[in-house]
Design a protein around this ligand. Structure first.
Ligand SMILES: [Zn+2]
Length: 292
């Protein structure tokens, strides 16, 4: 990791950093649980770094809300990540090896390890970039700042099409969202989204909301399997506030980035996980359901 930002200019376009294709390996449930953390190239711990996911956004859009993998099984492969839980009952946050569930009433709970998840993605977070990050008035301005820092550090991150993003910061405002739990027969996600709850947390003058924004940036080719672009969740330091992030106003923070090349995908029995779907229709559905 280099801090000599003024001396070396690795001005590498973000698309170039994406140039290495995301490598997807599919697993059955048992195979996934038993699979060790990938070691494609022991000489290069960047390549060895992998993200692990159960099911896909596409399957979630079609209403596959029945959980398959338990949170304990998920935590074998990562201490950091996001997703949802059994029956789409809220937003899931995995931070420092602990799971938090934020239900549609905005309450933060610690779910049991036996709780199942129909969609989640995790990695063992080992940041290769740690940088202070200044004030950001909006989520788009924050993610473009993260993009800028990631391309500036493309050499530290390696050929990593998947970016795990953690921002510990102080915020004056956070806009959050969660979804209400569903029961069978499950409706498609687009119908649930009509009943999601959204709320704003605004800090009192002179105070701030302190906490962690965390999630992933997936490359365009991952659309369908994943949310292409950024998908971020939030959990406050006191663990009282959390959810899927749709907007922020940040005072200051510290950014940590970790890259991954490989995605290990668990395919629940009876769930069809198609190849990545980059159609505009899918992109629109994903933006509506999971966008910022
Ligand atoms: Zn989300």
């Amino acid at each position: 990791m280099s801090d000599h930002r003024g001396h070396t200019h690795h001005i590498i376009d973000a698309h170039l950093a994406h140039a290495a294709r995301m490598h997807v390996t599919r697993h059955t449930h048992d195979d996934f649980v038993a699979s060790p953390v990938s070691t494609t190239d022991p000489a290069n711990d960047l390549l060895a770094h992998a993200a692990f996911q159960t099911s896909s956004i596409d399957a979630l859009l079609r209403g596959s809300f029945a959980g398959d993998l338990t949170l304990d099984e998920l935590l074998i492969h990562g201490d950091f990540g996001l997703g949802t839980v059994q029956g789409l009952d809220g937003e899931l946050i995995i931070l420092d090896g602990k799971c938090f569930q934020v239900t549609s009433d905005g309450v933060v709970r610690m779910p049991a390890g036996s709780m199942r998840t129909p969609f989640a993605v995790v990695c063992m977070f080992a940041p290769h970039v740690v940088e202070p990050i200044g004030a950001s008035g909006s989520l788009p301005s924050l993610v473009s700042e993260i993009d800028r820092i990631a391309s500036e550090h493309a050499q530290d991150l390696g050929p990593a099409p998947i970016l795990a993003v953690r921002v510990d910061g102080s915020f004056s405002e956070i806009d959050l969202r969660s979804v209400p739990g569903q029961s069978e027969p499950y409706p498609p996600l687009s119908e649930v989204v009509d009943h999601q709850s959204e709320w704003q947390v605004i800090a009192e003058p002179g105070t701030s909301i302190d906490g962690t924004l965390l999630g992933f940036r997936f490359p365009p080719e991952a659309q369908g399997i994943e949310v292409a672009g950024y998908h971020l969740h939030f959990i406050s330091e006191d663990r009282s506030i959390g959810g899927h992030v749709t907007g922020i106003s940040m005072l200051s923070g510290r950014l940590r980035l970790d890259g991954a090349t490989e995605l290990h995908l668990e395919i629940p029995e009876g769930v069809e996980v198609a190849e990545a779907d980059t159609s505009e229709e899918t992109a629109k559905a994903i933006r509506a359901a999971e966008g910022g």
